[in-house]
Design a protein around this ligand. Structure first.
Ligand code: FES
Ligand SMILES: [Fe+2]
Length: 359
């Protein structure tokens, strides 16, 4: 008998856990994708430390350009985010706070003060850069390796942008799985239970089959229309419009963790657009960047603030459950969970992510 006992012939073999793929927050495959790391509005004159996929990066603005470097000085590995931007020279540089080494936006070391002005700088003196950096939809996006996914589309690209008033929710950092959060955002069957006190009031628990369209390997659009009691419509209150109205719902998903939701109200008019971009910070933590845009609030900042506060409440309801999950990785093996025809969208999410990570 060898040390490893063979399973009896004909018996089902024990599941090989290495073959049960689940997508954790720091899966190496996620390096080749775009991720949000910082709201542009939160980037001032000083460098800002951010974390992505368990790694530390520093974001700074040099000569008006947003640059991202590994938050680790190549000299003694001090965090560059503890340094400062030196704007006194011909070009801006990020200066390490420990021994003053300076780096340009491409990570090249331009100065080592201890060697004097004419020194030859060691070839390994450059700071590490990500493969790609972008500013998009009010956020800084980073792809540590060459991205295999596109940046998410602008959900207002086809709209008269001036008709909308938009506001950000406060950035939320919490214990969560990035895949689970996106799964939750795209899920239409949880409203009556998780959101019984907000958007789930009066919600029909039966999910109408949505239309799901893949857009390339890494994105999908989901559309559905349904009747709902519009209790917020003042015309309903005044008796001039029926209570039961129609809303058209469009979800746009871009792998790995970017979503938007658009709700167009047919009878009452108006659109409500919510973006939901998840930053996988480390194995157990995510940061959520969410915004709301409305064209039915007369550009009233007070009504926008109320809409943002309402959405904050909705997200808090979701996070109360999502943070309680024991296992934070999203199963990609379709046999690991029980799927029904009401889960068409979230099954497609798993397929897209499985393709992305090569599971
Ligand atoms: S650790 Fe950065 S200059 Fe020495
Ligand atoms: Fe929800």
């Amino acid at each position: 008998m060898t040390a490893v006992e063979a399973a009896p012939v004909g018996a089902p073999s024990a599941p090989d856990r290495r073959r049960v793929p689940a997508l954790g927050n720091t899966d190496p495959a996620l390096r080749a994708a775009w991720h949000p790391v910082l709201r542009l509005a939160d980037l001032g004159d000083e460098p800002v430390a951010v974390r992505l996929l368990g790694e530390a990066w520093v974001v700074a603005r040099l000569d008006g350009e947003v640059v991202v470097l590994a938050d680790r000085c190549p000299h003694r590995l001090a965090p560059l985010s503890a340094g400062s931007v030196d704007r006194t020279g011909e070009t801006d540089v990020l200066r390490c706070g420990y021994h003053g080494w300076c780096f340009d936006g491409g990570g090249t070391c331009t100065t080592i003060p201890a060697l004097g002005p004419d020194a030859r700088l060691p070839p390994r003196s450059a700071a590490t850069t990500p493969a790609a950096v972008a500013t998009h939809l009010g956020l800084v996006w980073v792809a540590p390796d060459a991205p295999r996914t596109p940046l998410p589309p602008d959900p207002l690209a086809d709209d008269d942008r001036a008709a909308f008033l938009a506001g950000d929710l406060p950035t939320i950092t919490c214990r969560a799985g990035a895949g689970l959060l996106v799964d939750n955002f795209l899920d239409m069957a949880h409203f009556p239970y998780v959101h019984a006190a907000t958007i789930g009031t009066d919600e029909d628990p039966v999910v109408d089959p949505p239309v799901v369209e893949r857009e390339g390997d890494a994105a999908m659009v989901v559309r559905s229309s349904h009747r709902f009691p519009n209790r917020e419509d003042p015309e309903v209150v005044a008796g001039r419009r029926p209570l039961l109205q129609t809303r058209h719902v469009t979800y746009r998903y871009t792998a790995p963790f970017a979503c938007s939701l658009r709700i167009d109200y047919e009878e009452a008019g108006g659109s409500n657009v919510i973006t939901f971009f998840v930053q996988p910070v480390d194995d157990e933590t995510c940061t959520i960047h969410t915004s709301v845009a409305r064209d039915d609030i007369d550009h009233d900042p007070g009504r926008l603030a109320a809409a943002v506060a309402f959405e904050e409440g909705v997200v808090a309801e979701d996070l109360a459950l999502q943070s309680a999950f024991v296992e934070l990785a999203l199963p990609l093996d379709l046999t690991a969970e029980v799927h029904t025809r009401a889960d068409r969208v979230t099954v497609e999410l798993r397929r897209i992510l499985a393709d992305l990570v090569g599971a």
